[in-house]
Design a protein around this ligand. Structure first.
Ligand code: PLP
Length: 358
């Protein structure tokens, strides 16, 4: 029991989810989004497991460099592009594809010397109001990119949806219409959909899709489970019981004596806390699996431990396995208890938690 908490990654589930997405994406190329340490799953091992993806997408240059250093040869897209001439040279040297969302980035490209030819993704801001050229500026930006010397290897166009996780949200249609209008008559490959866009009802008709969350086996929708979408959770955040207690009615557990036993109770102390990335705000009642069965967390989350009420379970001992999320306990469900989204829980798994591949 030297390594108590670990994130066990099921590479077969990652590959299964990729194939589900491929089916739903109707022939579109797949850019597997592996930013933020592959949503906590481990950047390099995840990319190696997803070798069947057509490209990888990351947020930062450093993430792309780590992939290249690991021998990944697929195209790598920097979703935020580059911000300095040095970053641009480095990106060109490693053959990264760049999102261009700001005039500063076009200026860097115009000023770059040398014979590098890059794939450039021009981003249109269709209402997210984060990155991209607003429709009124888009054609001017495109014109400058088209006139670059040397010419780009290829120009492609993308936008990002704000509300695709709400199935009937009118904003999605409005954004798609805005994108179509802005890019009307242009013969470039386009990309619109993230996981929710791919798995949602609307057919967005893209040349490229950009799944993140769905690859990891979590549902982007509040009203549809991953299982209903055919997805399998790739991460099991697994640990063990390291102590047990019998409490008399009225005795309390943990800091602040925040929970007191409403009756005589059996308590399991589980080796996982906010030092591992669990939200300290996880409320009492949030389920964990102890020996494969659900038990509610009681009391406050500590740095290295939580407590669960196992009064209703068969006997629990030191060493009984515990699962924070994974098959049998979707991370989406834990996120709902925590008042957050599965993205944040997955990305939040901390550095001290070893990643183990299965
Ligand atoms: C993170 C990201 C994605 C992936 O989104 P999911 O909801 O995880 O599928 C796609 N596109 C862009 C631009 C992103 O930043």
């Amino acid at each position: 029991m030297s390594r108590l908490i670990r994130a066990v990654i099921d590479t077969r589930a990652l590959q299964h989810n990729l194939s589900v997405i491929r089916e739903r994406a109707r022939g579109a190329h797949i850019m597997a989004v592996v930013k933020a340490n592959a949503y906590g799953h481990g950047l390099v091992p995840t990319a190696l497991a997803l070798a069947a993806a057509d490209a990888f997408a990351v947020a930062r240059l450093e993430e792309g460099l780590a992939l290249r250093a690991a021998g990944i040869t697929q195209p790598i897209v920097l979703l935020e592009g580059v911000f300095t001439a040095e970053q641009l040279r480095e990106a060109a040297r490693h053959g990264f594809d760049l999102v261009v969302h700001d005039v500063l980035q076009i200026e860097l490209l115009e000023e770059m010397s040398g014979a590098h030819r890059l794939v450039l993704w021009i981003k249109v801001d269709t209402g997210m109001n984060r990155l991209g050229f607003p429709p009124r500026d888009f054609l001017a930006a495109l014109g400058r990119v088209q006139r670059l010397q040397p010419a780009p290897l290829e120009i492609r166009l993308l936008t990002h949806l704000a509300c695709a996780d709400e199935r009937d949200n009118r904003m999605t249609n409005a954004q798609v219409a805005c994108f179509r209008q802005a890019t009307q008559g242009l013969d470039y490959a386009v990309s619109i959909a993230n996981s929710a866009g791919i798995l949602g009802a609307a057919q967005l008709g893209c040349d490229w899709v950009r799944p993140g969350l769905a690859l990891y086996g979590a549902s982007p929708f509040a009203d549809t489970s991953a299982a209903e979408l055919g997805l399998e959770p790739a991460m099991t955040l697994q640990t063990s019981v390291i102590a047990t207690r019998r409490l008399c009615r009225g005795e309390t557990v943990g800091y602040g004596a925040a929970w007191s036993a409403p009756r005589d109770s059996a308590i399991a102390i589980v080796a996982a806390g906010y030092g591992d990335g669990l939200a300290r705000g996880l409320p009492g009642g949030t389920p964990v699996l102890i020996g494969g069965q659900r038990a509610p967390i009681v009391g406050r989350v500590s740095m290295d431990m939580i407590a669960a009420d196992v009064s209703e379970l068969p006997p629990v001992r030191v060493g009984t396995p515990a699962v924070l999320w994974g098959p049998g306990l979707p991370v989406e469900e834990v996120a709902r208890h925590a008042g957050t989204i599965p993205y944040e829980l997955l990305c939040g798994v901390s550095q001290r938690v070893p990643i183990e591949l299965r």
